[in-house]
Design a protein around this ligand. Structure first.
Ligand code: ATP
Length: 299
């Protein structure tokens, strides 16, 4: 289990991470979310021991993280850091040996992953000759080749097409199943929603929302009602608790301050014509994120 306790990081006078605490248990996928500059990369760098926290403590299975634990950690960095003049095989051998693996074992694993990512023809090609998406696959393979117990993924899906996002997600889910702790950052909330159970939202280095995704959604008071049919939207707009009405091509979405206002919307919709849909849904993580981050900036 990865544990951060009251971690703070200053760069000179700038507080990049502010009293951050969370845990990622074995077999858990944890999302670290925030706008640009929120402190995600700084947090990752402290976790892998590249930076020392100014205050607080970070442990992996109860031990302070230093060089003796780095073999059990895999890290996909945000700024792609491949040795572009090397071939794919040379690159992966370099990383594997750094992680204490035997050459034979590395080559066996490499064949498996190149096959899995449909790029086995690139094994002896130079990294710089590969497309961006394929370079990212190589970087991902470098992070997982040694089957780390803790896998840290800084923006793993950037630049990937939807098929490759799925491919990466499948592999990440397998690592989860085998008991690894996974922590990742992403700006794309739909990716977070697809497979992460716990998360923290950072604003200027500070946690503004954290916990289980399911609970966060359940406890979030706002609700959205999706309606298809001919209804008096003017009347709904003037009801108490209605924040906004969004009209899409095939439906309209009434955004409510809380679920206590659902009945009054229903009363109006009942009087409409050809109603084929009236569905109350929790807001998306994207909406919750924008709202939470917005609240802090409005203060
Ligand atoms: P992004 O999503 O853009 O990658 P981030 O959430 O990863 O952002 P960080 O890179 O951790 O954010 O940056 C947090 C803050 O610390 C920012 O204000 C940034 O300018 C500052 N910062 C980051 N690295 C350094 C550094 N080496 N020296 C000084 N300030 C830094």
């Amino acid at each position: 289990m990865l544990k951060l306790s009251h971690v703070t990081k200053y760069y000179d006078k700038l507080k990049a991470v502010d009293d951050l605490s969370f845990e990622v248990k074995d077999g858990e996928i944890f999302g670290l979310l925030g706008l640009n500059g929120a402190g995600k990369t700084t947090t990752f760098r402290m976790i892998i021991g590249l930076l020392e926290p100014t205050e607080g403590e970070i442990t992996l299975n109860g031990e302070k993280i230093d060089y003796h634990l780095t073999d059990s950690i895999g890290f996909l960095t945000e700024e792609r850091s491949l040795l572009t003049k090397y071939t794919v095989e040379e690159q992966i051998l370099y990383y594997g040996i750094l992680k204490g693996m035997e050459k034979n074992e590395i080559l066996k694993e490499l064949d498996y992953w190149l096959n899995r990512f449909h790029i086995k023809e690139y094994k002896n090609r130079k990294i710089k000759e590969l497309s961006k998406g394929n370079q990212q696959k190589i970087q991902f393979i470098s992070a997982i080749i040694h089957h780390p117990k803790l896998l840290i993924l800084d923006e793993p899906f950037t630049g990937l097409d939807p098929i490759n996002v799925e491919l990466f997600m499948d592999v990440i889910r397998e690592f989860k199943k085998s008991g690894s702790s996974i922590i990742f950052s992403s700006h794309r909330m739909e990716h977070v929603e697809m497979f992460c159970e716990k998360l923290v939202i950072l604003v200027k280095g500070k946690s503004v929302l954290e916990g289980e995704l399911k609970e966060i959604k359940k406890n979030y008071r706002r609700k959205n009602i999706h309606i298809v049919g001919d209804v008096d939207l003017k009347k709904i707009e003037n009801l108490k608790g209605v924040l906004e009405i969004q009209k899409n091509a095939d439906e309209c979405i009434v955004k409510l301050e809380s679920d206590e206002f659902i009945d009054s919307v229903f009363e109006v919709v009942k009087k409409g014509k050809e109603i084929t849909k009236f569905e109350v849904e929790d807001p998306s993580l994207h909406e919750i994120f924008l709202n939470k981050v917005g609240e802090v900036y409005e203060k």
